[in-house]
Design a protein around this ligand. Structure first.
Ligand code: SIN
Ligand code: FE2
Length: 194
């Protein structure tokens, strides 16, 4: 479900909170297990954070760069994630992880499934800020055709239930400047990891 502008009224507060989070846990371009550096720069907040390195993909309770716990999930984030999930009929969504992605122009995310979480009955809630992007929403096989869904500042996407393991990705972000966020796209995905 695409919830157009669902986060728009809170965009400034979310952006300010991201600034505080990345002051403690800076954006970094992680390595995939295959040895590639991701074009998207990432940070996390919450009890768990998604990380990748040569050892693989996983959730970790602390930031491998600092050894410190990830910054806490702001109350605003928890409320927004639960309200968006409820719009899509997923009640009582309490995420324990928020992956924060920063796409500079040219950055992209290839088709993948979110499958490092333990409980696939819980949805994924995705909040987009800043530059627009084309979100790819495919099927349960990588080779299935993918819908192209344009996402702009303030849009929220929720997927779960029978669609929880659909392949998805993001086409390369085009050059531009957003009045609040600047020359990048930010995406926050809320997950129940453990
Ligand atoms: C993701 O799949 O983790 C990110 C999706 C997005 O940036 O819209
Ligand atoms: Fe994903």
């Amino acid at each position: 479900m695409v919830l157009r502008s669902f986060a728009l009224a809170n965009a400034e507060a979310i952006f300010a909170a991201v600034g505080r989070i990345v002051a403690a846990a800076p954006f970094r371009q992680m390595q995939t297990p295959g040895g590639f550096r991701m074009s998207v720069a990432m940070s996390n907040c919450g009890p768990l954070g998604w990380v990748t390195d040569e050892a693989g993909y996983r959730y970790a309770a602390s930031d491998p760069e600092s050894g410190q716990p990830w910054p806490p999930l702001p109350a605003l984030f928890l409320r927004l994630a639960a309200e968006a999930a409820a719009e899509a009929d997923f009640g009582d969504f309490v995420p324990d992880a928020c992956l924060i992605n920063r796409y500079e122009p040219g950055a992209r995310m290839s088709l993948h499934q979110d499958k490092d979480e333990r409980d696939f009955s819980q949805p994924i809630v995705s909040v987009s800020l800043g530059l627009p992007a084309v979100f790819l929403f495919g099927g349960l096989k990588r080779s299935d055709p993918a819908r192209r869904i344009p996402l702009t500042h303030g849009d929220v996407v929720v997927w779960g239930g029978p669609d929880r393991l659909r392949y998805h990705g993001v086409l390369a972000v085009k050059d531009g400047a957003h009045p609040l966020v600047g020359a990048c796209r930010l995406n926050l995905t809320f997950r129940k990891a453990h």
